[in-house]
Design a protein around this ligand. Structure first.
Ligand code: DGJ
Length: 707
């Protein structure tokens, strides 16, 4: 950022606001009707020219079209026919606000634009935040009923309150990248030409979702890993959400997004403010790879707690023992886990209440007497004595009907009394929006952590919301917001009360991974699918937005429990080393030889961990051979992980080029001891030394040895 230019400026003469990040500039202008319209988002430009930019005019310029540039948050009034980011209704049935600009506030990197409705006591604040170490712009909206709290009750119904609407510049074509999937197949990158239409990305599930993610990237169809302009956004929300991308026939593309899916309505009473989650946006001129690295850097610097604390190598017993947990069996696994170098032992599902399978016990967070007759203490002490941390699985938002909690509080679940409740995995969802449920969860978890010296919680959520009512509540749809906020609050409260406690986000694998949950969790369980072949694609999608540090990746048994595929141990390790490594197999069935190889590979991972978890990530090969290069920010150390799931006749593994290296430097290959010139590695690449055959993986470590 230019030292003399402020991060935020507002020119009252032209009504132009400018936001600057180190490598981008965002500008908007107040239109004659008082509403802020988008002006520019891209590389830094000479701002003196901004006042000359004409308002975008509809090509038809007819009485059937809108006549102005896209709104920063479109209200439902005037000649606006696209998706409206703000939809309100008043008691007399009037729909939509008409703004009068009511001023602006600049505070360091923060800008607030205040908009008052010309007719009603309603104020919107469009909020922006930029920082000097990132190109990410954070945006959110605050909507306030400005009628006196002690005045007549004249509520406003909010049908939609988006965090922000974004606009791409006119481009010859548009391509949309987003993530799709399902349970066991999350984060699959989809990259398609954007149709001239409204494209809706959404979750109606009360969770971020396995099937979609509130992240997207737009380019003109020509961007690649290492080149091209990319506009990308991500919503910090862990419940239902909706993003509508609108490419109109005139060639403009805008998108608007925020919490909640269609059809929900929230009531705003006099004196009340509704604040949306942050919707973050990033522009880069240097391709998808640079976009991902910029997101990773932002997530590490401004989202994840404790980014400088390396994530431990964990052992999790789920795939080994399922619900068949008991003290002796877990101690046996813990001893083996510690022998191979695990730093954290996580006891998964099955340890509590009457939980012998998924039909009962959820909600009763006390040790199951037959499995742990002496409580959890002996296991915790054993784990700590082995020098590992102790982690515990919980699913606090869920309840089985067959539980003491449900019998005591059947009214605590999300339900509509005149509808049959759908059970998924035999469980119902507790309504965390109810203050007494949030208080119960906070207290129960706090006690569990305190009484058992728990160092780590794996917070799971294994079903979506259905029939989500709140009987007797005047504003029942608030649960779609307040449940998520309560989950975030309980996590925040636990962290504050137990410094050092770490939390892993999980929802049947990667069903709730977003910038909101990652602000209070250390990593996310990426997928229940631990098959390394499938994981290559899952990890590729995950890494578009999230850093490797937040991506839990386990080495499990072969054949894989999800796919039945057999793969060699080394290949499983090489794939899992691309994230926060964990072990999840039944170590009691592994041979001495496998355990020895595991100990050796865990030790190798610990050596490259700072690079993987804190370095820069370059996706350097895609296709039959995939490779990811992790570089220390100071160029001192490098790790290259390469995977070839299947051999193809006539497709020998080509050398992998490492364009991020310094062509003027020299690098020693720590395994072969050969010294390579940076120029050769950049231009010609390095042989990844993949073993012959299918399911081949390799790790190459390089150290800079001077220039
Ligand atoms: C779903 C998680 O993703 C798994 O890792 C495991 O914790 C199970 N739930 C336990 O029920």
């Amino acid at each position: 950022m230019h030292a003399t230019l402020p991060p935020v400026s507002f020119d009252p003469d032209h009504g132009i606001a400018v936001l600057r990040t180190p490598n981008s500039l965002y500008a908007l202008r107040l239109a004659a009707d008082g509403s802020p319209r988008h002006l520019s988002w891209g590389p830094p430009v000479d701002t003196s020219t901004l006042a000359e930019v004409p308002d975008a005019v509809s090509p038809a310029a007819s009485s059937f079209e809108s006549d102005a540039a896209a709104d920063e948050l479109a209200p439902q009034t005037g000649a606006r026919f696209g998706p409206a980011g703000l939809q309100v209704r008043f008691a007399d049935g009037t729909r939509g606000a008409q703004w009068r600009f009511a001023g602006h506030r600049v505070d360091g990197g923060e800008l607030r634009l205040l908009l008052d409705d010309r007719h009603r006591p309603l104020r919107a604040a469009l909020c922006y935040r930029v920082r000097s170490d990132t190109d990410v712009i954070e945006r959110w909206t605050e909507l306030t009923h400005t009628g006196p709290a002690d005045g007549p009750p004249d509520p406003v119904t909010v049908d939609r309150l988006d965090s922000a609407s974004w606009t791409a510049p006119p481009l010859p074509d548009y391509r949309l990248s987003h993530l799709v999937g399902g349970w066991n197949s999350e984060f699959r990158l989809q990259r398609d030409r954007l149709p001239v239409a409204e494209t809706v990305l959404t979750s109606r599930r009360g969770l971020t979702g396995h099937h979609a993610s509130p992240w997207l990237a737009l380019d003109d169809g020509t961007a690649a890993e290492d080149r091209g302009e990319v506009w990308s956004t991500a919503l910090a929300w862990s419940g239902s959400w909706r993003v509508t991308v609108h490419r109109d026939p005139g060639g403009r593309t805008t998108w608007t997004g925020g919490f909640g899916h269609e059809g929900l309505q929230w009531t705003l009473r006099p004196g009340e403010t509704l604040r949306t989650p942050v919707y973050a946006g990033l522009y880069t001129a240097h391709g998808f790879g640079a976009a991902s690295r910029a997101w990773h850097q932002y997530v590490r610097a401004h989202v994840l707690p404790e980014p400088e604390r390396d994530r431990p190598v964990l052992y999790n017993s789920w795939e080994a023992t399922g619900f068949e947990v008991d003290e002796a069996g877990q101690i046996r696994l813990a001893r083996l886990a510690s022998r191979v170098g695990a730093e954290l032992f996580v006891l998964d599902d099955g340890w509590f209440g009457t939980r012998r399978d998924d039909r009962s016990g959820l909600g009763d967070w006390t040790p199951r007497p037959e499995a742990f007759p002496r409580g959890l203490r002996p296991l915790v002490d054993e784990v700590h004595g082995l020098g590992m941390e102790f982690g515990l699985w919980v699913e606090p938002e869920m309840v089985n009907r067959d539980s003491a909690l449900y019998r005591a509080h059947p009214e605590w679940v999300l339900h509509s009394p005149r509808l049959d409740a759908t059970e998924l995995r035999n469980q119902l969802v507790l309504n965390f929006a109810r203050p007494e449920v949030e208080a119960w969860a906070a207290e129960t978890l706090d006690r569990l952590v305190r009484e058992n010296d728990v160092d780590w919680l794996k917070w799971d959520a294994n079903r979506a919301f259905t029939e989500a009512g709140w009987d007797g509540h005047p504003d029942p749809d608030r649960l779609w917001i307040d449940h998520t906020r309560a989950v975030h609050r309980v996590m925040d409260g636990l962290r504050a009360a137990h410094p050092g406690l770490r939390i892993e986000a999980c929802a049947g694998g990667g069903g709730r991974v977003d910038l909101g949950v990652l602000a209070r969790t250390d990593q996310a369980w990426t997928s229940d699918n631990t098959d390394p072949v499938d994981r290559i694609g899952i990890q590729h999608g995950f890494g578009q937005l999230f850093p490797a540090q937040a991506m839990a990746a386990w080495v499990t048994d072969s054949p894989n429990t999800a796919t039945g595929r057999r793969t060699p141990l080394r290949f499983r390790f090489h794939v899992a080393m691309a994230g926060a490594l964990g072990l999840g197999g039944d170590l009691t069935s592994w041979s001495e030889e496998e355990l020895a190889a595991t100990a050796e590979l865990v030790a190798v991972y610990k050596e490259i961990r700072p690079l993987v978890q804190r370095g820069l990530q370059y996706r350097v090969a895609e296709g039959p051979v995939t490779a990811v290069h992790y570089a220390a920010p100071d160029d001192s150390e490098h790790a290259l992980l390469t995977w070839r799931p299947t051999t193809r006749f006539g497709h020998p593994a080509a050398p992998v080029r490492l364009p991020a290296l310094d062509p003027g430097a020299r690098y020693r290959d720590l395994d072969s001891d050969r010294v390579h010139s940076g120029a050769a590695l950049v231009r010609h690449g390095i042989d990844p030394r993949l073993p012959a055959g299918d399911h081949a993986g390799s790790l190459i470590r390089l150290r800079r040895v001077g220039s």
